[in-house]
Write a protein that binds this ligand. Structure first.
Ligand SMILES: NC(=O)c1ccc[n+]([C@@H]2O[C@H](COP(=O)([O-])OP(=O)(O)OC[C@H]3O[C@@H](n4cnc5c(N)ncnc54)[C@H](OP(=O)(O)O)[C@@H]3O)[C@@H](O)[C@H]2O)c1
Length: 131
């Protein structure tokens, strides 16, 4: 079986997928890829309110078919992360997969990084994965 066909089998038609950092640069690549494979439900998460720019991106994705919603939650906060999953399940019942692509970029040579910058970068990666 071709690699492309194997990948398609992994994405369930009408399945539900949660993408943290879903409206970020990487998240949007994942979201578009999922939508190109067929009808899916996508829950995109970020820690900001939906402003006009984000709303426009969401509309563009919804025009690709499928059902794309945005849920705001800071995934470094256990309670917010739990509420995100709860809201997602309320809306779509099952979550078939999670892409964890939320992250903060503070690019700098590691020896020059300040503690707060390291905490920012690791926060969503470590706590986000843990919660
Ligand atoms: N882009 C690349 O080529 C690339 C390559 C390798 C690795 N990465 C890593 O992948 C991660 C994402 O990169 P990106 O380029 O997509 O960054 P980006 O465009 O800045 O997007 C980051 C996304 O993560 C969300 N986010 C950050 N902290 C969050 C939190 N605590 N809770 C919920 N959502 C949070 C942001 O939400 P808001 O919209 O609300 O701010 C945004 O949607 C980074 O850690 C980066 O280092 C990126």
């Amino acid at each position: 079986m071709r690699q492309e066909d194997k990948e398609k089998q992994l994405i369930k038609s009408n399945g539900t997928y949660l993408i943290t950092g879903g409206l970020g640069e990487l998240g949007l690549i994942f979201a578009k890829y999922f939508l190109e494979q067929g009808p899916v439900n996508l829950i995109l998460n970020g820690h900001s309110e939906l402003d006009d720019k984000r709303r426009l991106k969401l509309e563009e994705l919804n025009q690709m078919g499928g059902n794309v919603v945005y849920i705001k939650a800071d995934i470094t906060q256990r309670k917010e992360a739990a509420l995100l999953v709860e809201k997602a399940r309320e809306r779509f019942e099952t979550i078939n997969g999670v892409i964890h692509s939320a992250g903060i970029i503070r690019d700098a040579f590691i020896l020059k990084k300040k503690r707060a910058e390291v905490e920012d970068v690791l926060g969503s990666k470590v706590y986000g994965t843990n919660t």
